[in-house]
Design a protein around this ligand. Structure first.
Ligand code: SAM
Length: 336
């Protein structure tokens, strides 16, 4: 699928739940903490139907996200079915990592990490903004740093193709920890990426007090590690720019949605929210109700296919985050 700006769409992010066991303030603001009623959330069968039609149209990569995807019941069986769809070559998951060491099934010792690997998941992205227990608890609303670290170790041990750590940059909160986070990623064998805060759930996150650009973060990192070498050919299917630390050879990434003006040029993504809205862009209010199509007995897969193509045709050239964007939907309810 190609839109009118030349974006080639091959990647679908699927949110399976808006529920989460953490409460990150930039994702789920305090004043806005209600979950969707279950009947509004797409069933696994409905999501698999969307994925199959998407695969026919050229979607080859899928990432399961949320909320926290590992909080949804039977998500492993769903992921296993997703991995077996013809044409879907690469399935990943985004998680806060805290449930990766939990048993996957009531009557077995297999953990979520090993069960995901066995299901066919190739990459695991784990959020980790800080290694300071107190800061972790403040940012996420939960004292789960050790669970997240155990989860990262379990993911690395499970042998996924890639384990990526996603650190959201926050001035005064983790800017003094960037070196520690980099060292931690190297020791664990994970690929770390630093992400700029986006005003998805709340515009307040972009205050002078809070926002730290990838450019500033890069300078802070270079202060200790020397000049980073750009790696323009190193790609992981998303918008990150990668650099190498000359002395250690370690690769680190930056995701600068707010300050990188070329950010949207190679966007290949659509997002499916857990209640069935298909969104052509994270940073635009456009969203289209696919659940109505899926639940209409008079409509078939051809109608789902047409719907996909109509949404792709509406994909904007770039996101609106720099244009006084007003948050309309919490990140947790979109799927990061
Ligand atoms: N619970 C899973 C996790 O922790 O990865 C999946 C969902 S979470 C919404 C996905 C990613 O979005 C996380 O890495 C999180 O840090 C990021 N995120 C959430 N709100 C954000 C914001 N306002 N700006 C930048 N990144 C954000």
């Amino acid at each position: 699928m190609e839109d009118k700006f030349g974006h080639l769409i091959s990647y679908l992010r699927i949110s399976v739940t808006d529920r989460c066991n953490e409460r990150c303030h930039y994702c789920l603001p305090h004043e806005n903490q209600e979950w969707l009623p279950r009947e509004e959330v797409l069933t696994y069968e409905e999501i698999l139907r969307v994925a199959k039609v998407g695969a026919d149209l050229g979607i080859s990569k899928v990432r399961v996200t949320g909320g926290e995807p590992l909080t949804r019941r039977n998500v492993l069986s769903f992921i296993s079915e997703l991995c077996s769809i013809d044409g879907i070559e690469d399935v990943g998951i985004s998680t806060n990592g805290t449930l990766l060491t939990r048993n996957a099934w009531p009557d077995s010792d297999e953990t979520n990490a090993t069960a995901l690997k066995r299901a066919g998941v190739r990459t695991v992205n784990i959020s980790l903004d800080t290694l300071d227990q107190e800061q972790y608890a403040k940012t996420t609303g939960r004292d789960y740093l050790q669970k997240a670290v155990d989860g990262i170790e379990a993911a690395v041990a499970a042998g996924f193709e890639k384990v990526k750590l996603n650190s959201v940059l926050m001035r005064h909160k983790n800017e003094h920890e960037l070196w520690n986070l980099i060292d931690f990623a190297r020791e664990k064998g994970a690929l770390i990426r630093f992400i700029e805060l986006m005003p998805v759930s709340s515009a307040e996150v972009l205050s002078e007090d809070n926002f730290l650009s990838t450019g500033e973060a890069k300078k802070l990192i270079e202060f200790k590690y020397g000049q980073l070498t750009p790696l323009p050919d190193f790609k992981t299917n998303g918008p990150a720019s990668y650099f190498q630390i000359p002395d250690t050879g370690q690769i680190i990434g930056f995701i600068g949605a707010m300050t990188n003006f070329h950010f949207c040029e190679t966007c290949n993504k659509l997002r499916l929210t857990c209640e069935g809205k298909l969104r052509p862009c994270l940073g635009s209010h456009l969203e289209f109700d696919m659940r109505d199509v899926l639940r209409n007995p008079g409509l078939n897969d051809d109608d789902v296919r047409k719907f996909f193509l109509e949404v792709v045709a509406r994909k904007p050239e770039q996101h609106d985050f720099r244009e006084n964007y007003q948050p309309g939907r919490r990140m947790i309810a979109i799927g990061g």
